[in-house]
Write a protein that binds this ligand. Structure first.
Ligand code: GLN
Length: 530
């Protein structure tokens, strides 16, 4: 039977309880356990696939092709495990499953209710997360804040989980904010007291508190919180602000958070956690001072979370190349051609991320043209690659009216980007085979890769020959389903576009080779300018 750690949050949202949960995951994995993670999201959308990135930030795609909450990206970057479609569970998904069952008569005429039907479905998904990955430990983050109406069924389900799975197979962590009041010159423990009270009123007594604060909290205050919440001081942990999020796991390790959890689970004789690689990385980041300037052109730039995995992947690559990433954000929908070109004069590399729909494409095409003509390292991802193809067809091949089937009134004779041949939304991991003697193959150092996709449209084979004859090579290809995955310009220091999303698999300790190569080329470009 798997062990479950449930992480709830109190007082305010955006506490960073996901980071706390993931840090616990790193520690337990390092002790030799197989860890997986799961996120409960109270919203009614079945998944975030159709939500605007401006509402919700990036949609993270798992290896098995689920469109999930961006928190899963953080989990994967921390625990370095591939998560699954069972790792992201929204209220909408739970209700949909129950309603579908009801329509199929599976409840034998019973009245369908939150308890037990909704809570049973949640518990079923809890178990699936474990069986599907064969994990020893499932760490479950309950989205929202205790006291929200929306998260009640999830809290009720995790309450029942202890009865059903057993005391020593379940562990409740409650993360709360301990604010510092400047005027009073002291921290306040009352919100934590109330939050624990609220949680207890729902039948959950936390086994551990993790206090989020700006500064370390003094023992006296820990004792006070202990007295009011009935939680032993030894089970009260601190996670104060740190400059680099990965330091949180080190601070929790120092406090021996993993020992307390393992004691509760009655798991003995595990090797101690070894976080020396993380320690090394953090030290290295702190010593990194030089910067490289990368422009990101998109229409969701007002919410940077919309590009969170791209940003993180750039950072990982930057650390590998001894550079901090200085991002110039350009709104592709609100910036003129002159303004875009003026901004791009100042940058060392250009990145066109994924996107959807016709609005704002001109800005991206102008940026791609600038990068191509001025030999600035340019990386296009997914939609970025599709627009690079359109730009090349327009400005180099001089083809008029070239378009994507995604755009209104795209003429079938000009659809250089067309619907997938089986007209499906391509989601999750697929193989890409690289051509001999290509830059992409050299970058990866291997003849193929497996990367995650999320797109409906792709490069139209009709144009392969014209592209190749004019120096834009198709160097990555999925042989099985005959899909063009990589375009690269021969006569250019670094102009590479990929149909897949490399950003979903870059990790702090395993930076993605494509991002590393892109950042390296951008650093070269910077040196040449100086
Ligand atoms: N809108 C494009 C498609 O569906 C690209 C999607 C993306 O960039 N993720 O094919």
């Amino acid at each position: 039977m798997a062990k479950y750690i449930f992480v709830t949050g109190g007082v305010v949202s955006s506490l960073g309880k996901g980071i706390v949960a993931a840090s616990i995951g790193v520690l337990l994995k390092s002790r030799g356990l197989k860890v997986t993670m799961q996120k409960f999201d109270p919203y009614i959308n079945v998944d975030p696939g159709l939500m605007s990135p401006l509402q919700h930030g990036e949609v993270f795609v798992t290896k098995d092709g689920a469109e999930t909450d961006l928190d899963l990206g953080h989990y994967e970057r921390f625990i370095d495990e591939n998560l699954t479609k069972y790792s992201s569970v929204s209220s909408g998904r739970v209700y949909k499953a129950v309603i579908d069952n009801e329509r199929q008569g599976r409840y034998m005429g019973k009245t369908v209710q939150v308890i037990p039907h909704i809570t049973d479905e949640i518990k079923r998904l809890l178990k699936r997360a474990a069986t599907n990955t064969k994990a020893d430990v499932v760490i479950v983050e309950v989205g929202g804040t205790v006291g929200d109406i929306e998260s009640l069924p999830f809290l009720e389900a995790i309450r029942q989980a202890r009865r059903e799975f057993g005391e020593h197979n379940t562990f409740y962590v409650h993360a709360t904010l301990v604010p510092f009041l400047k005027a009073a010159g002291e921290i306040k423990t009352k919100p934590t007291q109330h939050s624990v009270k609220e949680l207890k009123s729902l039948g959950i007594s936390p086994d551990m508190l993790v206090l989020r604060s700006e500064e370390p909290i003094e023992q006296e205050n820990i004792e006070k919180i202990s007295l009011f919440t009935d939680i032993n001081p030894e089970a009260i942990f601190q996670s104060y602000d740190v400059p680099i999020v990965y330091e949180i796991m080190l601070n929790l390790q120092k406090q021996k958070i993993d020992d307390l959890i393992l004691n509760h689970f009655q798991i003995e004789n595990l090797k101690p956690a070894n976080l020396s690689k993380w320690e090394g990385l953090i030290k290295h980041i702190k010593l990194t001072k030089e910067k490289v300037k990368i422009a990101i052109i998109g229409k969701y730039v007002s919410l940077q979370d919309a590009y969170i995995s791209v940003i993180e992947s750039l950072k990982h690559a930057g650390w590998a190349e001894h550079r901090l990433i200085d991002i110039t954000w350009i709104d592709s929908d609100k910036t003129s051609k002159e303004q875009i070109h003026a901004k791009l004069k100042d940058v060392d590399g250009i990145l066109i991320p994924g996107g959807f729909g016709q609005r704002g494409i001109d800005g991206k095409i102008w940026a791609l043209e600038y990068g191509r003509v001025n030999k600035v390292p340019t990386l296009g991802i997914c939609f970025g690659m599709q627009l690079a193809a359109i730009e090349f067809a327009k400005n180099v091949l001089k083809l008029e009216g070239v378009c994507s089937d995604e755009f209104e009134a795209c003429n079938k004779d000009n659809n250089i980007i067309r619907k997938n041949y089986n007209n499906r939304f391509k989601l999750g991991e697929y193989v890409t085979n690289f051509k001999e003697d290509s830059k992409i193959r050299e970058i990866y150092g291997q003849s193929q890769t497996r990367e995650r996709h999320r797109h409906r449209f792709e490069f139209n084979h009709k144009y392969i020959e014209a592209f190749e004859n004019n120096g834009m090579k198709i160097t990555g290809y999925n042989r099985q389903i005959k899909a063009v995955d990589v375009l690269e310009l021969v006569d250019h220091p670094w102009y590479i576009h990929v149909q897949y999303h490399p950003e979903y698999i870059s990790r702090p300790l395993k930076p993605h080779p494509l991002f590393v190569s892109f950042v390296k080329a951008s650093v070269e470009n910077q040196k040449q300018k100086d």
